[in-house]
Design a protein. Sequence first.
Length: 219
Amino acid sequence: MTETYPPSQPLGRPVRLAVLISGGGTTLDNFMTRIGNGSLAADVSLVIASRPDCGGVGKAEKHGLPLEVCARKEFPDTASFSERIFGLCREHQVDLVILGGFLSLLRIPDDYLNRVMNIHPSLIPAFCGKGFHGSHVHEAAWQRGVKIAGCTVHFADNEYDHGPIIVQRVTSIAYNDTPTEIAAKVFREECEAYPEAIELFAQGRLRVENHRVEIVEPL
């Protein structure tokens, strides 16, 4: 029988993750802390870095995780780059691909539809899309004078920050908060939201229909 995703039944085992990184690997560190203390039932089966010099490479090595470097500039186009990424995921029998500050656009193949998650440091659809990443998001939120900020975990599709929304978390912003302080507040919410979304996936509690995600009661 062909498996469908997201799963409609609990996996009954730790979910196998591939974590894709382009920066410092703070999301990866958060996962490893939670796996270590038993609050996230997952196994990081593979880390893929888009740059050999990004800080997350050292963190993957520190944790003793399988690591591959796939530099985007070494591939002629998005299609060949994506083919390599997902080929590695298949080799490692990855259930769920996690974009952890991964800045390169991917073309998601049919067998990984609704199996790729991204986290964005805003409440989508605000401050999102091409060019809105990292400090650019928080600077824009500060300039606009927002009273709340937050993060969004969503299934990735073939557009930036566009796929079905799974989890959003909110934090209050004070008038005197700087963009750096906004970023810190949002990151605290990210550390909760991403593991929550992964657990919902592994528990078989996500249903996707018409670009919307329903979170169903546990079986």
